[in-house]
Design a binder for this molecule. Structure first.
Ligand code: UTP
Length: 299
């Protein structure tokens, strides 16, 4: 594995093949990753985060019902022509820039057999180099791109790195949870990993926050990982196994995480993203203030 420290993390795998059952009926015929936060689909924020951190190639793991994602990152010549003719230059630039963000590769996961299986499906495109993984519905907002914080740790140790965030004890059963020793500020050396533990089983309240930098030896482990919680091949189980064979680190990510695959997380993200927009902040805040006053008055 010595060769790894000479390699840059240039590739990112974004698994988007899940069924999105928590967001039905909206996700019956459209991917949850294409739901917009204001006017930009969730998946574009995630791709932009990866690109800001130096990623050059994005490998999407998709499924049958996810064609809209491919179309979003492709050119739309008819639309470009129409915008050109109407003199809508700003919009034309916005639309064209999307397909230039990175090189895009799409691989189908034929059946949604779990996140671990989705990552294994990326092996032919990743090859023998370190790679980032960003979940297609976890949006992170911070000063620095969250995946960039993990890449910094990888550069130092040449080891797999998990993105972590603290969650309340009563919520640990929604996440993969990592326990370990703090070795630097905001950095733990992982000693145990459990997928969706009960609060009494959880080794800590550090939850895996949808960001990873992995090394290619994860593929060997994934090939022998049996289905775990929910009958799915769990990435957390494979990383737990890998952590017995080599050091794995957990970086506590600064910044805020939104799980846009769940309805409440999506609503919170929508409000925060609207308030971050110069063109919307003022009128939207006015609306929210009035709404809150009304709600409080009516009890
Ligand atoms: P989730 O469990 O959050 O996504 O998986 P889901 O299965 O789409 O959602 P629900 O629970 O049914 O509402 C985490 C990530 O892993 C991907 C999902 O697309 C999501 O980005 N995933 C999950 C796959 O790509 N393939 C799978 O087999 C499972």
């Amino acid at each position: 594995m010595e060769y790894l420290n000479k390699l840059k993390v240039k590739k990112a795998v974004i698994p988007v093949a899940g069924l999105g059952t928590r967001f039905l009926p909206a996700t019956k015929a459209q991917p949850k990753e294409m739901l917009p936060l204001v006017d930009k689909p969730v998946i574009q924020y995630i791709v932009e985060e990866a690109v800001k951190a130096g990623i050059e190639q994005i490998i999407f793991i998709t499924g049958r019902h996810k064609r809209a994602i491919e179309d979003h990152f492709d050119r739309n010549l008819e639309l470009e022509r129409a915008l050109e003719e109407k003199g809508k230059r700003e919009l034309l630039k916005t639309v064209k820039e999307i397909s230039d963000l990175a090189d895009f590769i799409f691989i189908r996961q034929k059946e949604p057999k779990g996140l671990g299986h989705a990552v294994l499906t990326a092996e032919p495109a990743v090859g023998n180099e370190p790679f980032a993984v960003l979940l297609g519905d976890d949006v992170m907002v911070g000063e620095k791109p969250a995946i960039g914080e993990l890449i910094e740790v990888f550069k130092k140790f040449s080891c797999p790195v998990l993105g972590l965030q603290e969650v309340p004890k009563e919520e640990v059963s929604n996440y993969g949870i990592a326990g370990g020793k703090l070795v630097e500020e905001n950095l733990i050396k992982v000693e145990s990993l459990v997928e969706k533990p009960s609060p009494s089983e959880a080794p800590s309240n550090y939850a895996i926050a949808g960001r990873y930098v992995l090394t290619p030896d994860i593929f060997t482990v994934l090939k022998r990982t049996k289905p775990g919680k929910g009958g799915e091949i769990q990435l957390t189980d494979a990383i737990a196994q890998l952590s017995k064979e080599r050091a794995v680190y957990g970086r506590i990510i600064e910044g805020k995480r939104y799980d846009t695959g769940n309805k409440l997380g999506f609503l919170e993200a929508t409000i925060d993203f609207a308030l971050m927009r110069n063109d919307l902040r003022e009128p939207f805040l006015k609306f929210l203030k009035e709404k809150l006053k009304e709600e409080l008055r009516d009890g």
